[in-house]
Design a protein around this ligand. Structure first.
Ligand code: SF4
Length: 171
């Protein structure tokens, strides 16, 4: 069967796979930070919620997939809580590495915390969790975006600041 150039609505399997990756990253991050205590886990969960809010409120409202099933299911989620924005805004936005840094911190913070634990006392479980987190954060994200999400995205054709940022880096 021929693959479509872009999805008008992404298949449920893509939404499940992309969210499963996030759940695995968050779960692994929580497992490492739990060794530091519940206060760290709470801070981490609040940080994740803040990032999700920033995405749903600040970006998804302007996206082509607002009210539709995007690769992450967030176009629909955003439309449940927020009014639509200005679609012409999305492609005009410029995203810098500084703005994107908090998204990387979701897995970088637990990795650094895990390294601190290892320095203090070696533990195979922590080492495996760190390796899993690095693989999920870099490889998992690249696979989901490259093969499932961005590859079939209508917003990419219209103009996506994230894709432009990564393309610039590759040049
Ligand atoms: S191209 Fe990728 S990052 Fe940009 S809106 Fe589409 S799925 Fe999101």
């Amino acid at each position: 069967m021929m693959e479509p150039d872009c999805y008008e609505q992404y298949p449920a399997t893509t939404v499940i796979a992309s969210n499963l990756l996030s759940v695995l990253i968050y779960g692994t991050g929580i497992s490492i930070l739990y060794r530091f205590g519940l206060i760290w886990v709470t801070g981490y969960v609040l940080f994740i919620l803040l990032l999700e809010f920033r995405l749903l409120r600040g970006h998804c409202v302007d996206c082509y997939y607002y009210g539709k099933t995007c690769a992450f299911g967030k176009g629909r989620l955003s439309s449940l809580f927020f009014s639509g924005g200005r679609p012409e805004q999305f492609s005009r936005m410029t995203i810098t590495w500084r703005e994107i840094l908090p998204d990387f911190l979701v897995f970088i913070i637990p990795v650094l915390a895990g390294i601190l634990l290892l320095i203090h006392e070696f533990d195979w479980i922590i080492l495996l969790l760190i390796i899993a987190l690095i693989l999920l954060g870099f490889l998992g994200n690249a696979l989901v975006r490259g093969h499932l999400a961005c590859r079939f995205c209508k917003q990419r054709e219209i103009g996506c600041p994230s894709v432009q940022l990564f393309d610039k880096t590759k040049q």
